[in-house]
Design a protein around this ligand. Structure first.
Ligand code: SF4
Length: 178
């Protein structure tokens, strides 16, 4: 187990007193830098900054950051959810570290594609088959890795073959752990 203990701090951002959203930090006694390339290889939409020794990830509308001795989450709805989120991230790191022999570490830095570029590659019919009211709202979730390309069935029809290929080259769409 990589992380055995951590100190938890939960607060509302001082720049926004009275805000209903919470942030939480886990201060770690161990350096988790070694696990970041494995998270980069397995977390859909993760952005790894090798030089900064950091990895960011969006999950369920929360902004997550992994640093050498710290894990952080923000935009969480309440205290209990923040505690649960951090606990889940610690478990994710430990699980990924235990599985590292099965994972090829990825040291590349990827960037999220521009929203409008992704939107323009969608069919723009607002057919709602993806569960979203519009292609634009689907594009927002696709860029944030909250949706996958396969959630848009029309993209797999012949007229959209080139757009599908372009999207697959652009959008990070790897399997998610857990
Ligand atoms: S399924 Fe595809 S085409 Fe239909 S609304 Fe969603 S993104 Fe647009």
């Amino acid at each position: 187990m990589l992380i055995e203990h951590y100190d938890l701090k939960v607060f509302t951002p001082p720049c926004d007193p009275g805000a209903e959203r919470f942030s939480a930090f886990a201060e770690l006694a161990v350096d988790i830098s070694v696990v970041l390339p494995y998270l980069n290889a397995t977390l859909r939409g993760a952005v790894y900054h090798r030089a900064a020794n950091a990895l960011t990830w969006k999950k369920g509308g929360h902004n997550l950051a992994f640093h050498a001795f710290q894990i952080a989450t923000s935009n969480v709805e309440d205290y209990e959810a923040a505690v649960k989120e951090i606990d889940g991230l610690v478990k994710l790191i430990n699980r990924t570290w235990e599985r590292r022999s099965e994972i090829t570490p990825d040291y590349e830095t990827r960037h999220r594609p521009p929203l409008m570029t992704v939107y323009k590659l969608l069919p723009q019919t607002n057919c709602k088959q993806c569960g979203e009211p519009t292609c634009y709202s689907f594009a927002i979730k696709l860029v944030a890795s909250q949706k996958s390309i396969i959630d848009c069935p029309p993209l797999y029809e012949p007229p959209y073959a080139q757009k599908l290929t372009d999207l697959q080259d652009m959008v990070i769409d790897a399997p998610t752990i857990g």
